[in-house]
Design a protein around this ligand. Structure first.
Ligand code: ADP
Ligand code: MG
Length: 242
């Protein structure tokens, strides 16, 4: 059974149809890049997968949990699925370690010593072990984003979703965040990432999905898709300066 199954979902905001019969299947350990023009529905897609948006029709099952309106299933899904956004939203009055320990302590009711261990492991994975007691404003944007990733990882998710996590960062800081994501990919994490980093998508994602006007316009192994885009829309998207 695939780790993520999105089957023919529709989603509108008022009169505007944003997702128009979108399907996606992601295997355990697979890395999928979602690319496409601004407004094509990429973020909405990720938010639906995490249950942050309700769908109008279709079905979604992630890590064995089906979004069927049952709040228990939604909660179970959320603990197994981490999502990281462009804005890191760390609590400024808490240290890095405390930020990371918060969700495991509150949501999973993990003991403090255990939460601390998970936080230390997550921080190590993003290469920031020495920042446990630092406050967020002492860190660079790239470091803060890596803490945000560590905060998600401390929940020990089965799936990670990334929505343009490097878009607000300078090029050199972008690189350190991409490196963390590549490490995760190599460790076998199931990931869906929305990105403008085409080189990264091509190199790291097993599959790339090009969304256009709320539909999956083209999809396939990343190498093939980038080397040989089939639709004029994707060709134009790739040649545009994005
Ligand atoms: P992308 O991430 O590809 O740029 P989005 O999924 O954010 O696209 O948005 C797709 C469309 O849905 C856009 O036209 C956007 O304005 C609209 N949209 C997204 N979220 C909402 C919302 N909460 N309310 C109304 N419209 C929304
Ligand atoms: Mg978006």
């Amino acid at each position: 059974m695939p780790e993520i199954m999105v089957n023919n979902i529709h989603k509108s905001f008022g009169a505007m149809q944003v997702l128009k019969g979108t399907s996606l299947s992601v295997k355990s350990g697979e890395v999928v890049a979602l690319i496409g023009r601004s407004g094509s529905g990429k973020s909405t897609m990720l938010r639906c997968i995490n249950g942050l948006e309700t769908i109008d029709s279709g079905s979604i099952t992630v890590a064995g949990h089906t979004l069927d309106g049952n709040p228990k299933h939604l909660r179970a899904l959320r603990t197994d699925v981490g999502i990281v956004f462009q804005s890191y939203n760390l609590f400024p009055h808490l240290t890095v370690g405390e930020n990371i320990m918060l969700a495991p302590s509150i949501v999973k009711k993990v003991k403090r010593t255990e939460a601390r261990k998970a936080a230390e492991e997550a921080l190590k994975l993003v290469g920031l072990s020495e920042k446990f007691d630092a406050y967020p404003d002492m860190l660079s944007g790239g470091q803060q984003q890596r803490v945000a990733i560590a905060r998600s990882l401390a929940m020990q998710p089965r799936v990670m979703l990334f929505d343009e996590v490097t878009s607000a960062l300078d090029p050199e800081l972008t690189q350190e965040v991409l490196t963390v994501m590549e490490t995760l990919a190599r460790k076998g994490m199931t990931m869906v990432l929305v990105t403008h980093e085409m080189g990264f998508a091509r190199r790291v994602a097993n599959t790339t999905v090009f969304m256009h006007q709320g539909k999956i316009w083209e999809t396939g192994p990343s190498q093939d898709l980038f080397a040989n885009p089939k639709t004029p829309e994707m060709r134009q998207f790739l040649s545009a300066d994005v």
